[in-house]
Design a protein around this ligand. Structure first.
Ligand code: HEC
Length: 106
């Protein structure tokens, strides 16, 4: 019985070390502006002026590196911050979110 519990705990720890589920990360950190589907049709999204991330033409404009930089360092226009830097996320999580954004493309 004890070993079974221990094995379970080890599995959970391994799963957590991998980082939370990418959908969860998206929901928690990005969906408020970009929307659950990436279209950015949320109130905050409209106010911030987000682009439609599901649009193939929009995605073509950004390389993975540019997206990474945008998420990590934020997006600014002159002195106005359009998207805040994702300070709570580590590089691995950001990479997974970029990969997630790529899957939103129609
Ligand atoms: C406060 C609202 C807000 C939040 C939260 C937000 N974004 Fe953005 N995001 C924006 C705005 C505004 C833009 C700029 C659109 C433009 O290019 O004019 C943008 C642009 C982008 C771009 C395009 C790259 C670029 O240079 O424009 C990507 C990719 C992106 N966001 C991903 C994310 C990810 C991943 C998260 C979660 C970690 C996130 N965003 C959270 C508002 C937000």
């Amino acid at each position: 019985m004890k070993t079974v519990l221990l094995a379970g705990a080890v599995c959970l720890a391994a799963w957590m070390a991998q980082g939370a589920d990418v959908q969860e990360l998206w929901k928690k950190n990005c969906a408020s502006c970009h929307g659950p589907d990436g279209k950015g049709k949320t109130k905050a999204g409209r106010e911030a002026g987000v682009v439609d991330l599901t649009d193939a033409k929009v995605q073509e404009k950004f390389t993975d590196e540019a997206m990474f930089k945008a998420v990590k360092e934020g997006v600014k226009e002159k002195d106005k911050t359009k998207m805040k830097p994702a300070e709570r996320l580590n590089d691995k999580e950001i990479k997974r979110l970029i990969a997630h954004v790529r899957t939103l493309k129609k």
